[in-house]
Design a protein around this ligand. Structure first.
Ligand code: FAD
Ligand code: SF4
Length: 508
């Protein structure tokens, strides 16, 4: 009797653990485009198109390699529109009595598979640079989980940027060199775009028809949808952007949607690119003298450090993680996040980029949309839903620790040692947004004051009990205490006015 091999939309890697455990001649691959996955979260149309197109290309490749594939298209009349429903249907069709799969990156689906009335074997996803056991052994007994120490362990394991037992150049981390604002007249690489082939064009029509009211522009669509195209995107990044990647990593410029970032996360997360290969190539660029150490190390740390660390957090924290709300925030997400009106130039540009590209770079996600939601006390569950649906690279295992943990501090400090909050001054330093904004970034009170300013002091005031003892936040509270009472009252009044406006449905 054959087995069913379930391959999910983000498991598009020929060397996948499930595929390596089964028999091409006997077992049947099951892949399914289903409403249950595509519509519950109201994903960005570009994201849905990317995933469906990459899935169809992968299914073709498996067939060409001699696999038997049962592929459910979204508009197949017999499609039950859920992954578990499709597995049961394929089991009935083929007589298969068993399912084998690589463990999904989201808990809801994992639990649904475990509840199937068929035996399901779930294998570890071996595409990561650290195993689940390595992360949990490292985490065990630690009072605090900090990315930096895990990063060093995994860098040693893979011998990346090492000189004997020492980190290349003498330091593990060159982040201090990676905080320069970018000037608008710098030369910046343009991203490669891939013309949709016949498979992608068919998917684009399908998505346009089925998800017309999801937030986000479907066209123009230029994502890579095969490993070969993703490879071209990676090669372009290493040649054109890596050398400046580190220096301008935290910079933002209006209308410049990628700067020196790679935009490789959508491909990495679907399995079209291999994380270790990218890290080795970044190191090779440095060794060949084509990229400075701060760039290669910064890039490697994002993948081998942050990406692996958040995956470990996802596994360790378990299914209840996305419901956490340590700061008790409950305000609805402002309409501006869905394209509604706002006078804030920074927020407006990041939401515009998100709508057009299903992408925003890290510092936009963390210090504009994330920072604002945290300062304004938005329900972290709503923030999580937003990030999970609008970004092409968003899958629960990586999105939730970044949003619930790093950005919203809703996990009470499991991921971040302090909340990522800042006033408008940070955005002004790292971007050119404020010059073109109708708010005054220097003002803290009054109607023209930048909302980040008043809300920043409001956040510190309302969460003083929790954070006053955090040594990294002491300077913030010292600044608050230096404010004279009249100024402080005016600032807090301004914050209250913004929050009352938001509660009445008005984004600032
Ligand atoms: P680059 O800046 O070029 O970095 C290179 C690679 O490093 C990325 O492709 C990515 O794979 C990895 N990386 C960098 N930072 C992180 C990080 N913090 N966590 C995990 N991997 C990282 N990343 C996702 O892949 N999916 C998400 O759903 C996601 N949601 C996020 C939500 C919030 C609130 C925040 C603050 C960050 C989120 N990130 C997420 C992390 C990061 O913003 C993106 O990985 C990055 O912007 C992807 O763009 P890039 O490929 O151009 O990255
Ligand atoms: Fe954003 Fe404030 Fe600057 Fe306007 S003034 S762009 S709201 S930080």
């Amino acid at each position: 009797v054959s087995r069913l091999v379930l391959i999910l939309g983000d498991q598009l890697t020929p060397a996948l653990s499930s595929l390596s455990q089964v028999d091409k001649a006997r077992d049947v691959v099951v892949m399914a485009e289903v409403m249950g996955e595509a519509a519950t979260q109201r994903h960005h149309p570009k994201k849905i198109a990317l995933i469906f197109s990459a899935m169809r290309h992968f299914a073709e490749r498996l067939r060409a390699d001699g696999w038997r594939v049962r592929y459910s298209r979204l508009d197949d009349p017999d499609n039950s529109q859920s992954i578990t429903g499709e597995l049961l249907r394929r089991a009935a069709e083929t007589g298969a009595q068993e399912v084998i799969t690589t463990t999904p990156g989201d808990w809801r689906l994992t639990e649904a598979l475990d509840a199937l009335p068929l035996p399901v074997t779930r294998l570890e996803d071996s595409r990561f640079l650290a195993t689940e056991a390595e992360f949990s052994a490292w985490a065990k007994g630690r009072k605090e989980l900090r990315m930096e120490f895990f990063y060093r362990l995994i860098r040693r394991k893979h011998g990346l940027l090492m000189e004997g037992d020492k980190p290349a150049g003498g330091k593990w981390n060159y982040d201090a060199e990676n905080r320069k604002p970018a000037r608008a007249d710098l030369f910046r690489p343009t991203l490669p775009r891939f013309a949709p082939d016949a498979i992608t064009r068919e998917v684009l029509d399908l998505v346009a028809q089925h998800f017309p009211d999801h937030f986000g522009d479907l066209h123009p669509f230029g994502f890579a949808t095969t490993p070969e195209e993703a490879e071209q995107a990676a090669t372009h990044f290493f040649r054109a952007a890596l050398p400046e990647f580190g220096t301008y990593q935290d910079a933002m410029l209006k209308g410049e949607d990628t700067l020196y970032h790679s935009l490789l996360s959508p491909y990495l997360n679907l399995g079209l690119l291999d994380p270790l290969d990218l890290c080795r190539r970044a190191e090779a660029e440095w060794r060949a003298g084509r990229a400075p150490l701060n760039a290669a190390e910064g890039f490697i740390r994002q993948i081998l450090g942050w990406r692996e660390f958040v995956r470990g957090i996802h596994l360790l924290a378990g299914p209840g993680y996305t419901a956490q709300n340590a700061l008790g925030h409950s305000r609805p997400l402002p309409a501006a996040y869905w394209g509604g009106e706002t006078r804030m130039a920074c927020l407006s540009d990041v939401v515009r980029a998100t709508r057009e590209n299903a992408y925003a770079h890290h510092i936009q996600r963390l210090m504009v949309t994330g920072n604002f939601a945290l300062l304004a006390g938005v329900d972290p569950g709503a923030v999580h839903d937003w990030y999970l649906s609008v970004y092409a690279d968003a899958h629960e295992w990586v999105e939730a620790p970044n949003t619930i943990g790093m950005s919203q501090f809703a996990d009470g400090g499991m991921v971040a040692s302090k909340p990522y909050v800042s006033s408008g001054a940070y955005i002004d330093r790292m971007s050119d947004y404020c010059g073109g904004c109708s708010y005054d970034v220097k003002a803290r009170s009054g109607e023209a004051a930048c909302p980040f300013n008043a809300l920043y002091w409001h956040f510190l005031t309302r969460h003083r009990d929790r954070f006053a003892a955090n040594h990294r936040m002491r300077p913030m509270f010292a600044n608050l205490d230096r404010m004279d009472a009249a100024t402080r009252d005016a600032v807090l009044d301004r914050a209250e006015a913004i929050l009352i406006g938001m509660d009445a449905g008005k984004s600032p």
